[in-house]
Design a protein around this ligand. Structure first.
Ligand SMILES: Nc1ncnc2c1ncn2[C@@H]1O[C@H](COP(=O)(O)OP(=O)(O)OP(=O)(O)O)[C@@H](O)[C@H]1O
Length: 333
């Protein structure tokens, strides 16, 4: 179980984490989603006591990491796959870690088996591919058989087999009742493995909800209509009130184009006909989740890029992302 409350971390002028609060529950995979520089690694480092928060708290099983009596048994992490002396064998590396953390040496063979590195146990880490290093990092995280695992971008650099293996592993770990917290900057990746998502942008919380709820909120389809009479048609469409449905939303797209939510293509066509508006094309478009997520976090990225990081609680916009996906998300909550 992981819990952060009002967590803030500043590095000089840069606010890497800006008042984050959320919880990560056991028995499910929680995805930690955000573009590069959103503050994911910093949050994970704070959870693991590798850095001190400027303010707020990060707790593992109700305690700061530094106060855990047997940390290796409570939480294991993959933060940086390049860890480990290149001249050491995989087995020697894990044995040293086991000794340093009070974990029985017998666990080394077990975790090498789990991550598929048993046959490479006596090879030097220096000769490992990125995928093998990633597996070794995961082996190290699992050494203490911890109830909570934290994986920072675990599929980075993996080939397809490796990616499929990580997906299976995180699912199995959650099914065993563990708390599983996995970061990625790719919505598509987390969509395949996570039951719940915590989304950050510019160090701030953008969303914290079950995956199914976010998919429902973010993947609303819309109808695209192109018409030389778009202005008149927009007035007519906005006035439509389909019974029992949400109000119709009409946003301008490219010149002469409208993007309509809340009406089927047939209804848009009928209303255009009734209004005497010419229609040159009409089709339904599915918004991809990746698109919605990028829209949600886009303004926070631009803000951070333009300001060298958010400059403080008053300087940053209150709503993390004022894009239309953000408005839709908030309205549906
Ligand atoms: N030790 C540090 N000193 C100064 N700035 C830092 C430090 N660590 C992180 N930052 C800054 O804090 C912000 C958040 O970085 P962080 O690495 O946590 O983001 P992230 O979401 O994990 O992105 P990425 O996937 O690119 O690592 C960035 O602007 C980064 O440059």
């Amino acid at each position: 179980m992981l819990k952060v409350r009002d967590l803030t971390k500043r590095y000089g002028e840069t606010t890497a984490v800006d008042g984050l609060s959320f919880e990560v529950a056991p028995g499910r995979v929680t995805g930690f989603l955000g573009p590069n520089g959103a503050g994911k690694s910093t949050t994970m480092r704070l959870m693991l006591g590798l850095d001190r928060p400027t303010s707020g708290t990060a707790l593992v099983n109700g305690r700061p990491y530094a106060d855990l009596p047997a940390p290796a048994r409570e939480v294991g992490a993959l933060l940086d796959a390049s860890a480990g002396h290149p001249g050491r064998t995989a087995r020697a590396h894990l044995l040293a870690l086991a000794r340093g953390t009070g974990v029985p040496a017998a666990r080394v063979g077990a975790v090498l088996e789990t991550v598929g590195l048993a046959s490479a146990a006596r090879r030097r880490i220096g000769g490992f591919s990125l995928g093998m290093r990633q597996r070794l990092g995961i082996a190290a995280a699992l050494l203490g058989d911890p109830a909570t695992v934290i994986f920072d971008e675990p599929v980075n650099g993996l080939d397809l087999d490796g990616v499929l293996w990580v997906r299976r592993l995180v699912r199995d770990l959650a099914d065993e009742g563990r708390t599983v917290f996995v970061s990625s900057h790719l919505m598509g990746e987390l969509q395949l493995v996570a039951d719940h998502l915590v989304v950050v942008g510019g160090g701030r919380l953008v969303a914290d909800a079950p995956m199914a709820e976010l998919i429902a909120a973010w993947s609303r389809t819309h109808v695209v209509v192109r018409s030389p009479d778009a202005a008149e048609l927009a007035v007519r469409l906005r006035a439509a009130r389909p019974e029992g449905a949400e109000p119709v939303e009409v946003e301008p797209g490219a010149p002469g184009e409208l993007r309509v939510r809340g009406l089927a293509p047939e209804a848009v066509g009928d209303l255009a006909h009734a209004a005497g508006a010419r229609v040159h094309s009409l089709y339904r478009e599915e918004a991809s989740l990746e698109q919605a997520y990028l829209e949600l976090t886009e303004s926070t990225v631009r803000y951070a890029a333009g300001q060298g990081g958010s400059a403080g609680p008053d300087a940053a916009p209150k709503a993390a992302a004022p894009g239309s996906a953000r408005r839709r998300w908030r309205r549906r909550r």
